[in-house]
Design a protein around this ligand. Structure first.
Ligand code: SF4
Ligand code: SF4
Length: 99
């Protein structure tokens, strides 16, 4: 992450931050707050001086809607290691038997 990139978080350091918002690209339009299905992002309305914040970082389900709607591509989704390097046996989890 560059020095100019700010992580929007309200959680503790131990909680994975699901999104990073580039303060230089963000135009404070509130669209990410509006679209987030879990109300994970909070942005003060009609205030161009404040950045969106991730208020419930551990409740993000990585749907990508905030990233998709952002008009300036200011949002980057940061998948946790447990998702990137998933070692779960999906077949076993689903109870399927593969011959
Ligand atoms: S990825 Fe989805 S759930 Fe997570 S902050 Fe963005 S819109 Fe909300
Ligand atoms: S949608 Fe993008 S530009 Fe708009 S407030 Fe969110 S991060 Fe900023």
């Amino acid at each position: 992450m560059s020095a100019d990139t700010k992580m929007a978080t309200a959680g503790t350091a131990a909680v994975h931050n699901p999104i990073v918002i580039d303060e230089k690209l963000c135009i404070r339009c509130n669209l990410c707050d509006w679209i987030c299905p879990g109300d994970i992002i909070y942005k003060i309305e009609n205030d161009k001086t404040t950045m969106p914040e991730v208020v419930y970082p551990d409740e993000c389900w990585y749907c990508g809607l905030c990233q998709s709607i952002c008009p300036t591509e200011a949002i980057t989704i940061v998948f946790p290691d447990v998702m990137i390097n998933n070692k779960s046996d999906v077949v076993r989890l689903l109870g399927k038997i593969v011959d």
